[in-house]
Ligand binder design. Structure first.
Ligand code: HEM
Length: 459
């Protein structure tokens, strides 16, 4: 899983001293090793990207890549049963089917549940004054509740909401290198889920090929980390984009039933700020790259979403939802949920519809305003002013707050970049010592992975 922030920001962080960026780059190259290729690149455009991503041999997930030790470290406990990191095979199919069962539901019910969860967190925001929030922090408890309801099919108790939020927040902060891991926080959720699974409280069929402890880890990693984090990040991105583009926000608010326009806003947000910076695969057989080059088995291929999403568009860097009036998401270079032929996101149907419900609920109550920067990796968690709809604040007061947000954002950017570098280095070194993925595949019976021990990519 390489998602927002998992590849520490490079292009986003134009303000970083060059030396710091270079040092960070070298650390991660070292982890990736030399059998790594990133697509698209100068010699291989979007067509090669699409062909290689959809190639049947681009199917290894964890075994054979130095990078896996790092992701497993970030995702612990239970990275070996996280759906994203399982090698293809029966276990993977079993787990993927369980996820599909949990995410199933009627569109209307899912949207209503999302709207209710978001409404509950917004009830805690004062409606008589302007509030300064970080959008990701604001919405994460709502998505924790929503995911709890999908899994347990009952209202979410406050304690469970706290445990899920603390866990998801800890994982995403570590992934973005804005904080270290706190295994204790994660263990509290594991203990809670262990009790609930043992008591038979999960009304869905859990993957039968997993032990009870693995089932707990599967739920924790997929349903209470990935699902919560991705929905929170996506909501933060779309709300921040609206806060920075008042004319777009006004149009969405004034036409709450215009699904088409809101879908264009979401598409444009996910095109410009895809949640995955890079998705990687480890090749299990040779794949031709061009007439002269073949990728050998055991290569790590990094698929750059921002790179691909920037090809084939007029003014690719501009946020312009109206471009989708004439473009079809199907025909454009646009894969916010991955590629159909190679393990796409199981929530590709659910996510847009619950995100639309969330955006509508927020805009119904508040006008959004932000002078903070907007980058794909969103390390500042999207600072934003929430201005209650019934309030007419003094322009001078609003302007002072806007200035404060801008200045604080600039200062935080600099201090955070240094912190990310230090914490990232500490975690890379710690992960390399732990060698979680490498040891797992070394100790595993033959057949646990398709490319293990083929001399894959060691940094
Ligand atoms: C807007 C929200 C979301 C976006 C943009 C998103 C994006 C993606 C993308 C691009 C991939 C494919 C990466 C690759 O090729 O390796 C993916 C995979 C995945 N996503 Fe999502 N995701 C979102 C929400 C969710 C949610 C709510 C869940 C809930 C469980 C989820 C679970 C997963 C899983 C388990 C995979 C791995 C699929 C597999 O390997 O079988 N995602 N997601």
């Amino acid at each position: 899983m390489v998602r927002s922030g998992t590849k520490p920001a490079t292009a986003d962080t134009w303000w970083l001293p060059r030396g710091v960026v270079a040092l960070r780059g070298r650390i991660f190259e070292k982890v990736n090793g030399d059998r790594t290729v990133t697509l698209p690149d100068a010699a291989h455009g979007p067509d090669v990207f699409e062909r290689v991503y959809a190639h049947p041999a681009a199917n290894g997930r964890s075994a054979g890549a130095g990078l896996s030790d790092l992701f497993w470290y970030w995702l612990s406990p239970g990275p070996e049963v996280h759906q994203e990191h399982l090698e293809p095979g029966e276990r993977y199919e079993d787990v993927a089917a369980a996820t599909r069962r949990m995410l199933a539901g009627s569109s209307a019910e899912l949207a209503a549940a999302a709207g209710r969860a978001v409404a509950r967190v917004l009830d805690t925001v004062p409606d008589t004054r302007i509030s300064l929030v970080r959008l990701r922090d604001l919405v994460m408890p709502a998505w924790a509740e929503f995911c709890y309801e999908m899994v347990f099919r009952e209202p979410c108790p406050p304690r469970a909401r706290e445990l899920i939020t603390a866990h998801a927040d800890d994982v995403i902060n570590a992934l973005k290198c804005t904080g270290l891991r706190h295994p204790g926080r994660r263990a509290r959720l594991t203990a809670y889920l262990r009790e609930r699974v043992a008591a038979g409280d999960v009304p869905h069929e859990l993957p039968a090929s997993l032990s009870p402890q693995e089932q707990v880890h599967y739920l924790q990693g997929t349903m209470f980390n990935t699902a919560v984090v991705q929905l929170s990040e996506a909501t933060a991105h779309v709300l921040l984009a609206l806060a920075r583009h008042p004319e777009v926000q006004q149009r969405v608010w004034a036409h709450p039933d215009d699904d088409r326009y809101l879908t264009h806003v979401l598409d444009e947000t996910m095109r410009l700020y895809p949640l995955f910076g890079i998705a990687h695969r480890i090749t299990t057989d040779a794949i031709p790259l061009d007439e002269h080059t073949t990728l050998p088995a055991g290569s790590v291929v990094c698929f750059s979403y921002p790179g691909y999403h920037a090809t084939g568009y007029d003014r690719p860097d501009a946020f312009d939802p109206d471009r989708w009036d004439t473009l079809s998401a199907k025909d454009a270079h646009f894969i916010p949920f991955g590629v159909a032929a190679n393990r796409p996101c199981p929530a590709w149907r659910l996510s847009p519809l619950v995100l639309r419900a969330a955006v509508r609920e927020v805009l119904r109550r508040f006008r959004l305003d932000s002078t903070a920067s907007h980058t794909r990796s969103n390390p500042h968690r999207a600072p934003c002013l929430l201005i209650p709809r019934g309030l007419s604040p003094q322009p001078r007061r609003t302007e002072a707050l806007r200035r404060f947000v801008r200045v604080r954002d600039g200062v935080e950017d600099v201090t955070r970049s240094v912190r990310q570098l230090v914490l990232g280095t500490v975690m890379v070194l710690h992960a390399r010592r732990q060698r979680l993925a490498e040891r797992y595949f070394e100790e595993s019976p033959a057949g646990r992975c398709p490319v293990a021990h083929q001399g894959g990519n060691r940094g």
